[in-house]
Design a protein around this ligand. Structure first.
Ligand code: PEP
Ligand code: MG
Length: 543
């Protein structure tokens, strides 16, 4: 048996085989195109670009390694008009597929046809075709990070995992996630938590782990390989007792979120996809306190259309009935990207053009989302919330857009309600301005994940800072208190929707500060409810 230690990022036990995912195993997604001409043009542009790259490589290397540099010339020649180019263009027009997919299938067909030929010239040609195909696919941006988990339950082990990768994978077979990078508050970990999937980060990963039997202990951050029979039995029993504890908690499903001394607290769920709605209702949350609406923007080729957004919000509104649903407008940028969004690389994406900043730069996209939310408001109890706010000027711009959206809907006699508006307090600027901001909105919601990273000036995903990253830092807690006080002075309710809201070691602290509501991943509703119900705010507190 071998034992490896990482950092526990979400509790739970998983017993199963390891699937080691290495990024070179990218697959290319096939999609049907209505615009063959564009795909042909993209292919030609990619062909010329790669040809130029190869000629440049030849020029750079020919004086040092003439014999080896010749390969670049051979490859560049293959990209001239000829049989390879005709085969790819033929695949695009006959199958009406995207250029990257056509390159991949042409490559595979040629490789398979000549696979058994030993002739060195042909083998070299096939190898060259494989190499130029890789470059072409990369140039076409056709690489899709879709991870295939196979058909038996697995513990996924990977260097890092993006929210898009997690979104795109079929999750039925996902027992747990282990990463080298990432942290308890990185976006993909939060998504895994939202699905109730145990996870570890900070793990040294070894290639030979693939396919091995393992036990993951998401309480202690331990991964056991080739567990002996005794350990296996122990963990099976612990899994059972986890289930029993869970069953005991399930008795609280229909109980009130009320402290021992009778103060009612709002306990809401954080969700990141349509699949989470069932668990929101199952665990008896009072509503959705944070709907991370990015799910409709990630893992796809084009912008979602207004109607698609509207239908999803309508479904959520109807499913939740009278329960409030806080839709946070798209918080894209940083690590939440899709190719079609064409977000340029930034030196510091976490400090970059993300959240409301990006939306206000892309008004067409933003207005489509606002219209969809307003249209869906007629079907339930929707609220709207904006991420990454730093100033009142941003609110001015948003209000202007909202007026346009409402006027447009009224003109067409499309019904909508006046929606309560909130902002996320997740930048120190918003904390310092919270009184002024509170005057402009109906509620404030503390995003402690970002607030902590910006307050401490520590990237929430940086593995080197893991031991120094203190989310209980007095500066952060003092900010929470400041925001609650400022909000209440302006009659504004204050929620916490960052991961700290689920930290039961702080439940009493937050309730004593006067926090009105907490919004947590569905799997944490019941533990937090238990903590609320065990808190007595009538006793004096000497800490
Ligand atoms: C936060 O920053 O605390 C938050 C809830 O937003 P996200 O984690 O999606 O950035
Ligand atoms: Mg945030």
């Amino acid at each position: 048996m071998e034992i490896y230690k990482g950092t526990a990022t979400f509790p739970g036990i998983a017993i199963g085989k390891i699937l080691l995912y290495q990024r070179s195993e990218y697959q290319i997604r096939r999609y049907l195109t209505g615009n063959i001409k564009k795909e042909q043009e993209d292919f030609t542009a990619a062909r010329l670009l790669v040809q130029e790259q190869l000629l440049e490589l030849y020029r750079q290397n020919k004086n040092i390694q003439e014999a080896h540099a010749g390969i670049f010339l051979e490859q560049a020649k293959l990209l001239e008009p000829g049989s390879f180019q005709r085969a790819v263009e033929g695949a695009i027009s006959s199958e009406k597929v995207n250029a990257a997919y056509a390159v991949m299938t042409t490559r595979d067909e040629l490789s398979n046809t000549f696979r058994n030929l030993e002739e060195p010239v042909i083998r070299r040609r096939i190898q060259n075709i494989q190499e130029i195909s890789g470059r072409l696919i990369e140039a076409l941006g056709g690489i899709s990070p879709r991870i295939d988990l196979g058909d038996e339950p697995v513990i996924l082990v990977t260097e890092s995992l993006s929210p898009t990768e997690l979104m795109e994978m079929g999750k039925e077979m996902l027992l747990a996630v282990v990463t080298h990078q990432g942290s308890a508050v990185s976006h993909s970990t939060i998504m895994a938590k939202t699905m109730g999937i145990p996870s570890l980060a900070d793990m040294e990963i070894h290639a030979e782990w693939d396919g091995e039997n393992a036990i993951l202990d998401g309480y202690t951050g331990t991964l056991y390989f080739h567990p002996d029979a005794e350990l296996q039995r122990e963990y099976e029993m612990r899994q059972k007792s986890d289930m029993q504890e869970h069953e005991a908690l399930l008795k609280l499903k229909n109980e009130k979120d009320c402290t021992l001394d009778g103060r009612m607290i709002g306990l809401y769920a954080n969700t990141g996809s349509m699949d989470d709605l069932n668990s929101v209702l199952f665990y008896g949350a009072s509503g959705i306190g944070l709907l991370r609406s990015e799910f409709q923007y990630l893992g796809r080729e084009n912008y979602p259309r207004e109607n698609e957004l509207f239908l999803a919000y309508k479904k959520i509104a109807e499913t939740m009935g009278n329960r409030p649903v806080v839709i946070r407008t798209a918080d894209l940028g940083a690590d939440k990207k899709a190719d079609y969004l064409d977000i340029p690389d930034e030196a510091n994406p976490i400090m970059g053009n993300r959240g409301i900043r990006l939306c206000l730069d892309r008004r067409y996209m933003f207005k489509a989302q606002l219209r969809a939310i307003y249209r869906a408001s007629a079907f339930g109890n929707l609220k709207i919330m904006y991420p990454m706010i730093t100033s009142e000027e941003e609110l001015d711009e948003i209000e202007e857009l909202i007026s346009e959206v409402k006027a447009g809907l009224a003109e067409k006699n499309i019904p909508f309600r006046n929606i309560a508006t909130g902002i996320m307090i997740e930048t120190p600027a918003a904390v310092m301005m919270s009184r002024e901001l509170a005057r402009r909105v109906d509620f404030l919601s503390l995003g402690t994940n970002d607030l902590t990273q910006y307050t401490l000036a520590m990237d929430r995903q940086n593995p080197f800072l893991r031991k120094k990253y203190n989310d209980h830092h007095p500066a952060v807690l003092r900010m929470v208190r400041m925001v609650v006080e400022a909000g209440h002075q302006e009659n504004c309710k204050v929620c916490i929707c960052g991961e700290l809201a689920a930290d039961t070691a702080l439940t009493e602290v937050f309730l004593r500060m006067g926090v009105d509501s907490l919004s947590v991943v569905p799997a944490c509703i019941l533990p937090v409810r238990k903590a609320i119900r065990e808190t007595d705010l009538s006793t004096r507190h000497f800490a």
